[in-house]
Write a protein that binds this ligand. Sequence first.
Ligand code: DI6
Ligand code: FE
Length: 395
Amino acid sequence: MDRLWTNARLATMAGDDLGVIEDGAIACRDGRLVYAGPRADAPKAAETIDCSGRWITPGLIDCHTHLVHAGNRANEWAMRLEGVSYEEIARAGGGILSTMHATRDASEAELVESALPRLDALLAEGVTTIEIKSGYGLRVEDELKMLRAARVLGTVRDVRVSPTLLGAHALPPEYVGRADAYVDLVCEEMIPAAIGLADAVDAFCEGIGFTPEQSGLVLAAAREAGFAVKLHAEQLSALGGASLAASHGALSADHLEHATETDARAMAEAGTVAVLLPGAYYFMRETHLPPVDLLRTHGVPIALATDCNPGTSPTTSLLLMLNMGATLFRLTVTEALRGVTVHAARALGLSQEVGTIEPDKACDLAIWNIADPAELVYRIGANPLHSRVKDGRCC
Ligand code: DI6
Ligand code: FE
């Protein structure tokens, strides 16, 4: 038994709610949780940490980010404020493509360097696991460079990184008018080359991205190569992407503002998590709300994430997403907090490893200076983190 956190209030997220244990304790050995329960029954340990009645949740999980990219698009935001739409900017060669040029021009080390402040901001809020997508290289060597940079981030900081290949994010200029040929490149070259570098494969199924047919080819090739899959679906229009993702056994379908009841039913049956991204909804000034009631009715697990990216969600605050999930999407406190822990873990296929405070999982914790878990959802722009624990190490 190497470490015991005692005199704490636990929100373990085990079961169907917050899994609260008052006057609790958590023990860990060799980085794994071995006990979470009443302080009175806790085992002895070599080192005991008195938490002075603080709350402990699982380490937070940001299950959808584009954290690795070069440059930013503050100038485009300024144009949008003058009345130019995101789609107009994208069609004029800006948007994702301007980040693509900057990312192609950056070295792997430069990508790591520029992502670190964003990563550090997330870690400072108690994040212990993060998904990071490629998708700004849009040619084999640059997509692999992004995936390697994502993996390096997991070695220079105490954080679990799950890299995702998003080769089918946008059509690169070399392939204009030849989208099917680019999809072939993704399926035949990028996906095989990402084996061992990425944990999953994603695609942007959208009018300004790839059609459901093209996205389906990417998901099928990915499954065949042994990858988990997920999909950006129904963000700006209803194309049936969420049902498509479910039909490929996707871990998650993400965004979902325009998802339908058919989508919700298909996702529930396939066990596909709904990853809602209120930062993008807010920043894009969307008005079409994701169908949260339908997701609830059909029992689709709901996760929340930052979608941290330079175009549509330039945020590095998962705590702010808790507030936006509640204010904009009307999630309850329990739904919001489960959305960045247990359901986010499931969206990454990491349910056995992280997401709840239960024996046998990794000892990833966030310790908070709060009087009630609702405070994490209630406050806007506050950060009550006391400390973070990753694999049993205080950091
Ligand atoms: N959906 C998004 O919200 C981002 N990518 C995607 O597929 C936008 C990325 C960007 O504009 O750079
Ligand atoms: Fe995204």
